[in-house]
Design a protein around this ligand. Structure first.
Ligand code: NAD
Length: 293
């Protein structure tokens, strides 16, 4: 049977190590890392993600600030909030919770973000540096970094392996494919226009799915013994659950466990790792700002 990769407990381990580092920093410099979150509008999923991020900051001793803007706010209001945090020396990480409402120009807004505080790693320069050989991005996007961390901690060798990433969004699929290449995997990208995605996917030793399509990846898409990291977080109706829905991944878990050698569950796989990597990036940023090692 497949090993279930326990993202929740791995994330807890990482978070408690970060909390130790934050304490050590405070004792020696009197300062703590600070994260600022900007959220626009009332999307329930974004609200939940932000709440979880702030809670995780508290657990790790990281200071957090939040600016909430109305869903119909002007672009300048977002940019003003950003510039305030850019200038605030007690803030080392800024994140703009995506997606933004349609009327806002995401690219312009992300461009305003100070490169040194781009803990999400979505600034075009950070993305460009991630893509280019010989360059080092200041920050690696949290979800892709969490996926790699899960692979490494599960003892998976990435170098030379065939990897398939399903999805090519700026947030997950694209940076994950770039990061896997940095670790010397041979990477194929499957997206909504790909013909015969199952044929490509079933050659992969490592499969990372970020399509947002429940049960897209069936057991017969997977090579026996493959490692599967399921980023998909899809709400499906279930009246027996507290809010009338529950979350499932992009992979048909019941079928996959019979074929693969290891797989992440949803929930409890990649989700907690994303938050742990955000804390890690924020700590790194604060260390850089205070020249603390
Ligand atoms: P997105 O909608 O921006 O991108 C989806 C990608 O999947 C696109 O590139 C599209 O071409 C591809 N795709 C769509 N349907 C497909 C199909 N039938 N076959 C192959 N490819 C297909 O989504 P996103 O923001 O990248 O998020 C993807 C999923 O990951 C969502 O379920 C989201 O909730 C989840 N997510 C989870 C975390 C986490 O921390 N666990 C973080 C971010 C996103």
């Amino acid at each position: 049977a497949a090993a279930i990769i326990d993202g929740k407990s791995i994330a807890e381990e990482i978070t408690s190590r970060i909390a130790c580092e934050v304490r050590r920093m405070k004792e020696s410099t009197g300062k703590v890392p600070g994260l600022a979150v900007i959220i626009v509008g009332q999307r329930w999923d974004s609200q939940t993600y932000v709440r979880n991020k702030i809670k995780a900051c508290e657990e790790a001793g990281i200071k957090s600030l939040m600016t909430e803007l109305a869903g119909n706010c002007k672009e300048d209001e977002v940019v003003n909030a950003l510039s305030r945090f850019n200038k605030d020396p007690t803030i080392h990480g800024i994140l703009v919770q995506l997606p933004l409402p349609q009327h806002l120009d995401e690219e312009r807004i992300l461009n305003e973000l100070s490169l040194e505080k781009d803990v999400d790693g979505f600034h075009p320069l950070n993305m460009g540096n991630l893509a280019m050989r010989g360059r080092e991005p200041l920050f690696i996007p949290c979800t892709p970094k969490g996926c790699i961390e899960l692979l490494i901690r599960s003892g998976v060798e990435i170098m030379g392996k065939k990897a398939v990433v399903i999805g090519r969004s700026n947030i997950v699929g694209l940076p994950t494919s770039l990061l896997l290449q940095r670790y010397h995997a041979t990477v194929s990208i499957v997206h909504a226009f790909t013909k015969n995605p199952e044929q490509i996917t079933c050659e992969a030793d490592i499969v990372v799915t970020a399509a947002g399509v429940p049960n897209l990846v069936r057991g017969n898409w997977l090579k026996p013994g493959a490692i599967v990291i399921d980023v998909g977080t899809n709400p499906i109706e279930d009246s027996s659950c507290e809010h009338g829905y529950r979350l499932i991944g992009d992979v048909c878990f019941e079928e996959a466990v019979r074929v693969v050698s290891a797989i992440t569950p949803v929930p409890g796989g990649v989700g907690p790792m994303t938050i742990a990597m955000l804390l890690s990036n924020t700590l790194d940023s604060a260390k850089r700002a205070y020249d603390f090692t």
